[in-house]
Design a protein around this ligand. Structure first.
Ligand SMILES: Cc1cc2nc3c(=O)[nH]c(=O)nc-3n(C[C@H](O)[C@H](O)[C@H](O)COP(=O)(O)OP(=O)(O)OC[C@H]3O[C@@H](n4cnc5c(N)ncnc54)[C@H](O)[C@@H]3O)c2cc1C
Length: 442
């Protein structure tokens, strides 16, 4: 496939691409293998209708200008929705619609208070050891629990009983900047200069030493070290064979961080059915338990994203794209009236739970398991390194968290390689570091 390099990187998502760029910058040679037909992974944009982009995965630059992709977008001349995001993300602009009726001011404020109290209870419980699930600490009897549960199911991809209180992420804060041309397009443009072998699924990683050998349908790639950036869903699937097997502590970390599911349904309309007042975030729920989050595009496009998550999101995904489309149209009609139905021109629905390259949207810590992000990211035998959003602490579940994890892994690899080289340099006699590096694994 290619000459032997220092490092083989598995996966060309945000983390694999940032690691490859950083390693190359540090003078370390890499080869990147990607199982699918494209780079970007969970950053992926499609054109809903000409000129209107829809992100199937990440869509918002969390943390605004602190996000490394803000600088990258600027350097590539890609527009960010800096001027619109404040009005769009204003919590007053987050509307609650119950049984088709928007909550009045008093109820809206009571609902927001319930959200604040719930997040406060979760934050306090995050400090206990082991940390409980969110459902253990919030008031599930409140009339405002249904929209909050929907927010958790979409925000974490898991229902409240399956989320650790200590797995709070930046995604629960103010969202940040939208990318009108698509976050996936931004990541693809930034990663375009990285040499990647596509359609090269890693099927087996031999890390028994010396070095590593990664088997793919296109041949075996050999390198000194391997960096694994695939999702915990892919690692748990057993589709990549590890030889020798991963140690128990690594398997426990993978199991403690299973994938959540957030699905999106993008709808395009042939006219502005929302009006300027209609743009922003909506949470809809009804007494027959149909609930969803609906983002009406704040960038002026006549499109919406309808979100579902957790068990309901997975159940709906299993009903198929038509059921997802119908569900999405029904929710938008609850907010803007039945007339919108005749203006729908196209839809795209995601199916992240069954997506064969990730098996979910992002990793979410089970109760008592938030500490597993650290061992998940730890290297094995200084030969197999790990990155990816799930290894990020504080920015987990985000594209920038994935990016930063790639930089972190690249620095670890560089320190290891340079340390090894430094140890070697003064030695003229047989090099003990060489035997340490290439000795059979303990
Ligand atoms: C619906 C949804 C909404 C989101 N919204 C946001 C948001 O608004 N803001 C935000 O910041 N983040 C968001 N995220 C999260 C963000 O997209 C991810 O955290 C980030 O893109 C993950 O990057 P990664 O490099 O860790 O993994 P990935 O992007 O999954 O990259 C891993 C790569 O490995 C490849 N791969 C898998 N198995 C193999 C194999 N065996 N061999 C070779 N290659 C393999 C995959 O094809 C993939 O390209 C969202 C995600 C989803 C799904």
């Amino acid at each position: 496939m290619s000459d032997q390099r220092d490092v083989v990187i598995i996966g060309a998502g945000s983390s694999g691409l940032s690691a490859a760029k950083e390693l190359q910058r540090l003078g370390i040679s890499t080869t990147v293998i990607e199982g699918s037909h494209r780079i970007g992974g969970r950053a992926y944009s499609e054109e809903l209708v000409p000129g209107t982009w829809f992100d199937l995965g990440c869509a918002w630059l969390t943390d605004g200008d602190d996000n490394p992709f803000a600088r990258i977008a600027d350097s590539l001349g890609i527009l960010l929705g800096r001027s619109t995001w404040e009005a769009y993300n204003n919590t007053d602009n987050h509307r609650f619609i119950h049984n088709g009726v928007r909550l009045g001011r008093e109820e809206h404020d009571a609902c927001r208070r319930y959200y604040d109290e719930s997040y406060e209870a979760v934050a306090v419980a995050a400090g206990t050891d082991p940390e409980p699930s969110m459902s253990d600490v919030i008031d599930l009897e409140s009339p405002y629990a249904p929209p909050f549960l929907e927010s958790v199911a979409t925000g974490w991809g898991v229902d409240v009983d399956g989320v650790s209180c200590a797995d709070n992420t930046t995604s629960t804060g103010e969202l940040g900047y939208p990318v009108p041309h698509g976050y996936g397009n931004l990541v693809a443009a930034w990663g375009a200069d990285v040499e990647v072998t596509l359609n090269a699924r890693a099927e087996r990683i031999d890390w028994s030493g010396p070095g590593v050998a990664v088997e793919t349908p296109k041949g075996t790639v050999k390198a000194d070290l391997v960096l694994v950036t695939v999702s915990t869903g892919m690692m748990a699937s057993g589709e990549i064979a590890f030889d020798p097997l991963l140690p128990d502590w690594k398997l426990e970390a993978i199991q403690g961080l299973p994938m959540g599911t957030e699905n999106k349904m993008g709808l395009a309309f042939d006219t502005d059915v929302f009006g300027p007042e209609g743009r922003g975030h909506h949470t809809v729920w009804s007494d027959n338990a149909d609930s969803a989050k609906v983002d009406v595009n704040g960038m002026g496009f006549n499109s919406v994203s309808v979100f579902t998550g957790g068990r309901h999101g997975i159940w709906l995904e299993k009903q198929g794209p038509q059921a997802c489309h119908d569900f999405a149209v029904d929710r938008v009609a609850e907010i803007f009236g039945n007339d919108i139905r005749k203006h729908v021109v196209r839809s795209i629905t995601t199916a992240w739970s069954s997506e064969p390259w990730t098996y979910g949207s992002w990793a979410c810590a089970l109760p008592g398991q938030a500490h597993q992000r650290e061992p998940l990211g730890q290297a094995l035998d200084d030969r197999m390194f790990f990155a990816g959003e799930a290894t990020s602490i504080g920015s987990q579940g985000t594209c920038d968290g994935a990016y930063k994890s790639g930089i972190r892994a690249a620095e670890e690899i560089a320190a290891h390689i340079k340390g090894t080289a430094r140890d070697r340099r003064p030695l003229r006699t047989p090099d003990p570091c060489f035997s340490r590096l290439h000795a059979p694994r303990r």
